[in-house]
Design a binder for this molecule. Sequence first.
Ligand SMILES: Cc1cc2nc3c(=O)[nH]c(=O)nc-3n(C[C@H](O)[C@H](O)[C@H](O)COP(=O)(O)OP(=O)(O)OC[C@H]3O[C@@H](n4cnc5c(N)ncnc54)[C@H](O)[C@@H]3O)c2cc1C
Length: 392
Amino acid sequence: MDFSLSEEQRAITRTVRAFVERELFPWEDLLLRRGMESVVTSPGLTKDEKLLLQKKAADHGLWGVSAPEELGGADLDPFTQTLINMELGRTFISFTFGGEASPMLYRCNEQQRPDYLLPVLHGEKEMCTAISEPGGGSDVRAMRTTAVRDGDDFVLNGEKMWISRALESDFAVVFARTPEEGAGGITGFLVDRDLGWTAQHIPTMGAEQKVATMHFEDVRVPAANVLEGVNQGFDQLMRWVYDNRLFRVSARLVGAAERMLEMGTAWASQREVFGKKLADYSNWAFSLAELEIELRAARLLTLQGAWKASAGLDYRHESYVAKVHTARLANRVADEMIQLHGGMGYAMELPLERWYRDLRVIRIYEGSDEVNLASIARNLFRGNVRLGAVTD
Ligand SMILES: Cc1cc2nc3c(=O)[nH]c(=O)nc-3n(C[C@H](O)[C@H](O)[C@H](O)COP(=O)(O)OP(=O)(O)OC[C@H]3O[C@@H](n4cnc5c(N)ncnc54)[C@H](O)[C@@H]3O)c2cc1C
């Protein structure tokens, strides 16, 4: 393992950090204020605001970092993507560069690309991914929504739940059972909003993620909108989850923990109680030191997984391990940094309170703690991995 950065990786990291500090940090205050006005529906960036920022980023060469070269993207390796996401995680603002799409969409065929993939890359359309249902989210195979062939269409019936961006998306990638197709299985469909699905907001504790239920009642979807192939859905999902957990979610959590700890260190160095700086109280000094150890461990776990992915090695186990550790750490850091800041930590004026609410869900979605722990345990008991091995 060699985690020393190439010149190019250093330059990219510097550029992204500068972009985040110069262009995104100034928006934080405004978004915190929006959050104070409407706790239930507080939005992040609007579509226009996001596009404006994506354009500025593109001027600095930050466009399509994960997209294949044939789509004009930079197709950066997982390790470099991880470095970028660590920088983007330093703000609570949910922002991605232009020219990016869910990896699922890169699998659109030539006919589907102009209506789905390209408009997403250019910020003209928004999409959501509909997997979870009221009957269960962790157990994907338990989904009940069905798609039954009728002539040149599939007819979708069922209900999805907790779907991020379902309220504003132009189309959804919907996963449904296709019980009458061959051996039966799960299939992904590109489903435009005007085909007739409806969505209803579910208020939650987080500010950033607006989620909704989605209803499908005899929604007819052309068979041409099947993503990749009938009964391929489960495999598509499995390919996607590992990348997402590692390069995106875990990497951003490392960035978030780092920024909150920086805030805590700065606060402890200047805030006095009973005539002494907080930093001079050993409980706070030790708490920050403990969290610095955990942060380093989180960064190394994430980089090690990304390094394996970049080397073409199996990184699934690493994605489980990194996701559990980074999700727990970021939540712990948010909690402890609020405590360190006292009343100010609890106020909506600082990002800590926002992070505290937004980060909680990370232990529930994208593979909950328990789902990842179950996968880690299974690998250990079945001998799929060597205990504690990081160089295999
Ligand atoms: C804000 C938010 C955004 C979301 N966005 C999306 C989205 O865009 N698209 C989408 O499809 N879904 C989305 N989800 C759904 C999310 O993926 C599910 O909530 C998640 O998979 C958990 O499913 P569940 O809520 O049904 O809980 P359940 O599956 O019912 O789990 C309940 C509890 O059991 C635990 N558990 C699960 N398996 C095991 C096990 N083997 N052993 C022990 N305990 C276990 C879980 O960790 C959890 O604590 C979102 C959820 C939220 C809250």
